[in-house]
Ligand binder design. Sequence first.
Ligand SMILES: NC(=O)C1=CN([C@@H]2O[C@H](COP(=O)(O)OP(=O)(O)OC[C@H]3O[C@@H](n4cnc5c(N)ncnc54)[C@H](O)[C@@H]3O)[C@@H](O)[C@H]2O)C=CC1
Ligand SMILES: O=C(O)[C@@H]1CCC=N1
Length: 263
Amino acid sequence: MKNIGFIGCGAMAQAMMPAIKTSGLDCTLAFSQRNRDHGRAFADRLGVRFVPNNSDLYGQVDVVVLAVKPQQLADLDLALAPGQETPLVLSLLAGTPLGQLRQALGHDRLIRVMPNVAASVAASMTVMAAGPGLSQEDIDLAKRILDTIGRTVILDEEGLDKAGALNGCGPAFFFQIMEACADALVALGIPRAISYEIAAQTMKGSADLALADQTHPAVLKDKVTSPGGTTIAGVCAMEKAGVRSGLIEAILASYGRTKEMSQ
Ligand SMILES: NC(=O)C1=CN([C@@H]2O[C@H](COP(=O)(O)OP(=O)(O)OC[C@H]3O[C@@H](n4cnc5c(N)ncnc54)[C@H](O)[C@@H]3O)[C@@H](O)[C@H]2O)C=CC1
Ligand SMILES: O=C(O)[C@@H]1CCC=N1
């Protein structure tokens, strides 16, 4: 049985905690959060423990998930009472290097984690990067926890910053694409709600197929495009609009911002 505590209970903590709770993982869940009224309301709704003070939580659990914004790290002021064991810390903070976390927390039992909002439906693509010298037991424990919210891959810290520009930020890009696709159907007269359902299920089905099939996406695309048919007309329009290059630019821009934040 492991005691897991979240510090900060915003979008990501609220996405991750329900998935961990319903996964069957042998654990307890607790969290601390600046806004006490919101904290108590969420604790009642989910049936997890709310601990008003960050340091109290920090000293009581085996694993701490840091789920505040990067610029809020300095306000946390976490301290252990004599005899309390240093918890394993999973930091969700984008663009916040292990070195900075080590300085803020004063220890090395650190893992950086980049999940995404699909954690709320246990479908996150999560990347984790362990700090130097961490035991295999800690790495395995972190992976077991993260596997409850979706898929997990392990990279080094540099890899996490790079991949994070897609797996962490990507849902926003895909939601924008989904919205644009639905707008096109609305322009053609299809009702809004049906347009969103068609856009989302078409994206999901394509992603499920690509994951199951393991063939190159271009091979899958070729199966859809009949010579002289309807799809190739759309593919040509996408190429003319620079959709592929726009997406590459988006991911490189997010990575650029990650590096800026890491300075
Ligand atoms: N939103 C996303 O899709 C993703 C976010 N992340 C990372 O996860 C972290 C959290 O992001 P969000 O959940 O979006 O942020 P958020 O702003 O929704 O949540 C932050 C929470 O921390 C609380 N908080 C702030 N200062 C505090 C303090 N001193 N003590 C206790 N609680 C405090 C706030 O009240 C809030 O509930 C960030 O570091 C972000 O980089 C990582 C991957 C995806
Ligand atoms: O936008 C951000 O900074 C965070 C990190 C990845 C997704 N959201």
